[in-house]
Design a protein around this ligand. Structure first.
Ligand code: SF4
Length: 221
């Protein structure tokens, strides 16, 4: 990438962060009490809104099922019923069981053991679990284990493409992530807040159709 373009991208990332942060303030993601809850949420949130995830998590909490061994012991049908509000509940029940089985096999249920792993190894671990793609793996790594990685999602690609940070929304996940890793501070706190700010901005202003640019903090970026 030519130096001039690199500087433009750096400036855009910095400015966009500053403007969104000024509007929204500290968003304190991820909304969860434990690393395991982040892992559950990152799978339940696939293809649905957070409001639906909250309902599914509330059901699991009510039944005191927030541990990998309890989820594993629960019959798949019962699990699917409890997480029904999150949609695709049979598929997600299978995925939750896959990830719980992986956690038990690798750590015996002690998630602290994952925290001690280097980022790349941890990422490879989670990517090896069926149903865990880059966005889910990176959400877990950043928000459950506090390691510096940028999470890319549809919202990120939409905002970045509309502001010339990437050429179009079909650019692969890894390329978008690399742009941020190369041009934005590699700090957990900032990467945590940046992704959260992008999601909030997109949901409130940068709609797929009819974006509300006239009231958006990124107008004229
Ligand atoms: S709403 Fe408009 S100004 Fe805001 S991020 Fe989207 S394209 Fe940019």
């Amino acid at each position: 990438m030519p130096i001039k373009n690199k500087n433009i991208i750096k400036t855009k990332l910095k400015k966009s962060y500053g403007r969104m942060d000024k509007l929204f303030g500290e968003l304190e993601w991820w909304p969860a009490d434990t690393a395991f809850e982040v892992i559950l949420g990152s799978i339940l949130t696939q293809n649905t809104s957070w409001r639906n995830v909250e309902k599914a998590l509330a059901n699991l909490k009510r039944e005191r099922l927030l541990s990998p061994d309890k989820i594993l012991k629960l019959p798949a049908k019962e699990l699917a019923e409890l997480i029904r509000p999150s949609g695709y509940n049979n598929l997600k029940a299978t995925r939750l069981k896959e990830v719980c089985s992986f956690i038990i096999n690798e750590t015996g249920g002690d998630l602290l053991k994952f925290s001690k792993q280097p980022l790349k190894k941890l990422r490879d671990y989670f990517l090896s679990v069926k149903g865990v793609g880059p966005e889910t793996a990176d959400s877990i790594i950043l928000y459950a284990f506090g390691k510096p990685v940028f999470v890319v999602d549809t919202y990120t690609k939409r905002i970045f493409s509309r502001h010339g940070i990437i050429k179009h929304e079909k650019i692969p996940y890894a390329e978008v992530q690399k742009i941020v890793h190369d041009n934005f501070p590699n700090k957990v706190k900032l990467l945590n807040q940046f992704h959260a700010l992008i999601v909030e901005t997109s949901k409130k202003f940068c709609l797929k159709n009819n974006p509300k640019c006239h009231v958006c903090p990124l107008n004229g970026l």
